[in-house]
Design a protein around this ligand. Structure first.
Ligand code: PNS
Length: 174
């Protein structure tokens, strides 16, 4: 059976540890394409045996602050979630998931996730936007590494996130 409903609400999911200009670029694009966007912040207990650097509450707050700072908070809600992404989408009433693609390595990973999500919830659309070339090299792990080594990260994250990195890494982050 086909679902022909028009999608008016999407989720932009991620761990956002922390949110970067790359994520904000994807949220900005999703917001141009759909009337309502929910940023879904995954609890993401462990990745490679290590938990996120920032607490779930802090990651949610950093995104809310960054959206205001970037002037894209209208029509964008930010909510934490635990469990399955498709379950969260159903909970908030979203018909699709929007993610950014930077390189072929992203594509393989995202295709696998999209396939999995399709099997879990066939009506949930997986929608991809191409990252702007200037954000091709941006990732949360690179931001954390540079900040912990005392490097300037102002070209990767908004000022409010930079402040949080400085608090987290102390003198490490400039
Ligand atoms: O920013 P990330 O860490 O690449 O985001 C990955 C995320 C949170 C979108 C993905 O891990 C996810 O969907 N997690 C929720 C659990 C889930 O639904 N798993 C099955 C589909 S992969």
């Amino acid at each position: 059976m086909n679902n022909n409903e028009i999608i008016d609400h999407v989720v932009v999911p991620g761990t956002f540890d922390p949110v970067t200009f790359g994520h904000l670029d994807v949220i900005r694009r999703a917001r141009r394409l759909f009337p309502k966007v929910t940023v879904g912040v995954a609890a993401s207990a462990r990745k490679h045996g290590v938990g996120p650097t920032f607490s779930l509450d802090k990651r949610v707050q950093m995104i809310r602050d960054a959206l205001v700072e970037e002037g894209i908070s209208e029509r964008v809600d930010v909510q934490p979630f635990t469990g399955l992404l498709v379950g969260f989408c159903e909970e908030v009433g979203a018909g699709g998931v929007v993610k950014g693609l930077r390189a072929m390595t992203d594509f393989e990973y995202e295709l696998q996730q999209a396939d999995l999500n399709y099997h879990l919830s066939p009506d949930m659309e997986s929608i991809f936007v191409m990252s702007s070339p200037e954000y091709g090299c941006v990732s949360s792990s690179i931001v954390r590494e540079l900040a912990s080594l005392g490097s300037d990260v102002s070209f990767l994250v908004p000022p409010s996130v930079e402040r949080c990195l400085r608090e987290r890494f102390g003198k490490g982050a400039r």
